[in-house]
Design a protein around this ligand. Structure first.
Ligand SMILES: O=C(O)CCC(=O)C(=O)O
Ligand SMILES: [Fe+2]
Length: 357
């Protein structure tokens, strides 16, 4: 699919919500409505930066979700990365727990450890996952920061090629993140390099996920991934061919964003919403499982730990306070990990950081 096209998707009404454009607590339950078609824009990286930035800007204003094509990550690398993740998740629990998430929250998080929508869930989400951040040597001064340090890799003898493949995919998708940063700067009229200084030591995380085949049951409070907005700047998501991702853009209806072969799904996180004082959308989404096992590869692209995230002056109306209090990228991430990961406080041995309003 080329530039300026959009994928028109019709959806099934599900649990309903109310996303008010602010950062996402999950939408409250409301009456069901019939779903209408939703056009998800497609940004092509084969177009000029100006053209691509214009489509991206529109997508960010509308739903904060778009498909990305002509992204340049080889199909074979994607296929190998999924193959390696499947092999990891097929290991027995003891082998997986050998790389259990450490004090930097890097490593394995078991099934149901995460509850993305604690208000509505009765059990943890039906997925297990792994966090791999930007590799930081244990003796680097950066390793003093929360969430920073060496990654934990399964033994090479156990999963030959796992680390090399996963790192190659992570490097490729991180490069894409930097390309999208340029488009964001152009789209906002701030200049292609505007966001670069906030990403000199980015906190990015590849998070291979495995969803069990257990059917989601909204009434019973069981979700594959509960309703949430993403915490960072951008999420670049690659999924297998099993649908499940849904977004709520109108406060009332959940609509599917199905996988499209050769395309990544990109969505904005909270930090862009904060920087633009709500002008760009960090849209609530979730994963509903209809009975098939599913694998996905979200890549969370986040600014430097100490990057200050606050509304840029051009997005403030005279005399009006910003919608969100200022924070830092690191603080926002820690706040979110504390509220959604059962293991975070324990593994980290940290005190809960001061919450934000
Ligand atoms: O697996 C998916 O399709 C989405 C996952 C997601 O929303 C997340 O991990 O934040
Ligand atoms: Fe998400």
């Amino acid at each position: 699919m080329g530039l300026l096209q959009s994928a028109s998707l019709s959806g099934q009404a599900g649990a309903d919500g109310n996303h008010d454009g602010k950062l996402a607590s999950a939408p409250p339950v409301a009456a069901s409505q019939a779903a209408t078609a939703l056009a998800v824009p497609v940004v092509s990286l084969a177009a000029s930066e100006e053209e691509a930035a214009a489509v991206l800007h529109q997508a960010c204003l509308e739903h904060g979700f778009f498909y990305l094509c002509d992204h340049g990550i080889p199909e074979e690398l994607i296929a190998d990365t999924f193959k390696q993740q499947r092999a990891f998740f097929e290991l027995c629990i003891e082998q997986k727990l050998a790389v259990a998430a450490d004090s930097n929250y890097r490593g394995y998080t078991p099934m149901a450890e995460e509850t993305l929508d604690p208000g509505r869930s009765r059990r943890g989400d039906t997925h297990e996952g792994l966090y791999f951040g930007r590799e930081v040597a244990a003796d680097s001064p950066e390793a003093q920061l929360p969430l920073h340090g060496p990654n934990q890799w399964p033994a090479e003898e156990l999963l030959p090629g796992y680390r090399a493949t996963t790192e190659a995919y992570q490097a490729a998708v991180a490069q894409l993140g930097f390309r999208l940063l340029r488009l964001l700067g152009i789209g906002l009229g701030l200049g292609a390099d505007y966001f670069q200084p906030f990403f000199t030591h980015p906190m990015y995380f590849l998070r291979p996920l495995h969803y069990s085949a257990e059917r989601s049951d909204e009434a019973a409070g069981l979700f594959a991934a509960g309703a949430h907005s993403d915490y960072g700047m951008l999420t670049l998501l690659c999924t297998d061919d099993v649908p499940g991702l849904q977004i709520c853009t109108d406060g009332a209806t959940w609509r599917p964003v199905p996988p499209l072969p050769g395309h990544l799904i990109v969505n904005l996180g909270d930090m862009l919403c904060r920087w633009t004082n709500g002008k760009y959308k960090s849209t609530v989404h979730r994963v509903i499982n209809s009975g098939r096992e599913r694998f996905s590869l979200p890549f969370f692209f986040e600014p430097n730990f100490d990057a200050r995230v606050e509304a840029l002056p051009q997005f403030l109306k005279a005399g009006q306070p910003p919608l969100f209090p200022p924070t830092t990228a690191g603080q926002h991430l820690l706040d979110k990990y504390h509220s959604t990961h059962a293991g975070y406080g324990q593994a980290a041995g940290t005190e809960a950081p001061a919450g934000e309003a």
